[in-house]
Design a protein around this ligand. Structure first.
Ligand code: 13P
Ligand code: SF4
Length: 336
């Protein structure tokens, strides 16, 4: 049973992180994390946008669909999620009996933040005959208000699995929604949300790069805005983009998504050149500030102290699980 001191410590770490805990700089964190994984029978999973060191120590790296499938099927005692909050929350929804840890509880998502549940509920109520398909980048509360969850890997198939005359609300990403409307020919009602990282790319600078490297393939994530997507030779989820760079014979790629994915691209095809698409100004805004809150040190401390932990109200969990289960069922049916 947790003592009051344990509960206070957990609250403090959840709010402020591990600020007051020093990590011995001589420690080999890779070896320590490996040791903790074995000791605690923990599965360490990481999204492609995590920093390279974290990707290198993870048991599994994936896109949002791959990570939720991995979380759903694991027999580990503990899931350590190197990603953002909605991802770890999804793992907890699927595994109520397991401890799910996230190295920094402040690792949110601008897209998830763009859909406050009370406003979304009012929006949904205005369209009572619509099915709600929601991108996985949203809170558990929004999932609970949805009929089917999707990711960028399976969204098109999920939409196409519904009868052609079924009206659809798509949320929260207006760019992905517009892209899917065009792809499927379905006139969906879109929630007006977006990802701050994927909206920052400069069309002008990508055009200049394309002129300088005429043989380069432009590859983009569907969370980007329409003018950028129009320039792309290939559009896909992070896993889809990685696969494309592995299989396509081109030797240069202009990559229009978060920087973290370049690590696996370069590892898989060391002879090829990967150019990160530049943002509008000279900031490092194509690094997701939420994803990059996780560090190797925080990951080590999180595994050592088993904090911060994702906790969830059971009624909310059950309501949020239904549309995720539907997503997993449809994905399995289509072999995704
Ligand atoms: P995928 O990895 O599913 O393509 O999602 C990208 C993303 O924005 C995750 O936050
Ligand atoms: Fe959210 Fe965008 Fe960061 Fe992905 S890249 S976690 S969608 S803010």
């Amino acid at each position: 049973m947790n003592t009051t001191a344990d509960i206070n410590k957990e609250k403090l770490i959840a709010e402020k992180g591990f600020l007051d805990i020093e990590v011995d700089p001589t420690l080999d964190l890779f070896a320590e994390i490996e040791k903790l994984k074995k000791e605690k029978k923990a599965l360490l999973i990481a999204h492609y946008y995590q920093e390279p060191d974290i990707q290198d120590v993870a048991d599994f790296i994936g896109d949002s669909l791959g990570l939720s499938q991995k979380a759903a099927s694991t027999d580990a005692d503990m899931i350590v999620f190197a990603g953002v909050h909605f991802m770890a929350e999804t793992a907890k929804i699927l595994n109520p009996g397991k401890k799910v840890l996230l190295p920094d509880l402040n690792a949110g998502c601008s897209l998830a933040n763009s859909a406050p549940p009370e406003l979304f509920k009012a929006f949904k109520d205005k369209h009572p005959d619509h099915i709600v398909i929601t991108y996985i980048n949203c809170s558990a509360e929004i999932k609970a208000l949805s009929d089917i969850i999707c990711t960028s890997s399976n969204a098109q198939k999920i939409i196409e699995s519904l009868p052609a005359d079924q009206p659809i609300i798509f949320a929260p990403d207006r760019n992905l929604g517009a892209y899917l409307s065009k792809k499927t020919g379905r006139n969906m009602v879109l929630w007006n949300g977006s990802c701050q990282v994927h909206e920052i790319f400069s069309l002008e600078k990508i055009t200049k790069l394309k002129i300088r490297y005429p043989k380069a393939k432009v590859i983009a994530h569907p969370e980007c805005e329409e003018p950028v997507l129009r320039m792309a030779d290939f559009i896909g989820s992070t896993a889809g983009l990685l696969k494309f760079t592995r299989e396509n014979p081109a030797d240069t790629f202009i990559v229009v998504t978060e920087n973290g994915i370049l690590h696996q691209m370069q590892k898989a095809s060391p002879e090829k050149t990967f150019i990160p698409a530049p943002p509008e100004n000279s900031c490092a805004c194509n690094d997701c500030p939420y994803m990059k809150l996780n560090t190797l040190e925080k990951l080590y401390l999180c595994m050592k102290y088993e904090l911060p932990e994702i906790r969830m109200d059971e009624k909310l969990r059950l309501a949020a699980k239904k549309p995720i289960d539907r997503m997993l069922e449809i994905s399995a049916k289509y072999g995704l």
